[in-house]
Design a protein around this ligand. Sequence first.
Ligand code: FEO
Length: 166
Amino acid sequence: MLSEKLVNAINDQIQFEYYSAFTYKAMQTYFEAEDLSGMANWMNIQFQEEMEHAEKMFHFVCETGGKVNLQAIEAPRNEYNSILEIFEVTLQHEQEVTARINKLMDLAQEEKNHVAQIFLQWFVTEQIEEEANVSQIIAKLKRIKDDGRGLMMIDQELEKRSIPAA
Ligand code: FEO
């Protein structure tokens, strides 16, 4: 049901979703070390969501008769200089994911593969939320600048994030 080209492209994205998960898990370690448990929680949820994205793609390839080929995952960046930098890198990363998902959708459309287009639509919509969530956090961090109380309030807010019900 999927062309070899489409299977290969989704395989590449599965690898990138796992890399994204690793990237966010590495960011979590920064917040754990800084005792910012809310931000650490936010990154851990982000990690779990990326694993879920990879899992969705994995099952889609299998269910449509394709073969998943897992690829090497490079080490994520482990060192950051500030909280704001981490969230700015997160936004850049999500923008790259959006571009990749759009390319996958372009391919599915070129091939007139309706099943793949319906499947990928979920990811197109998901990326709107992914980018919006991070942009909001960046805006708040910029507003509070170095105010410790403001930072604690953001941290408490991010503590509430949980995995959305399926
Ligand atoms: Fe799997 Fe954050 O996109």
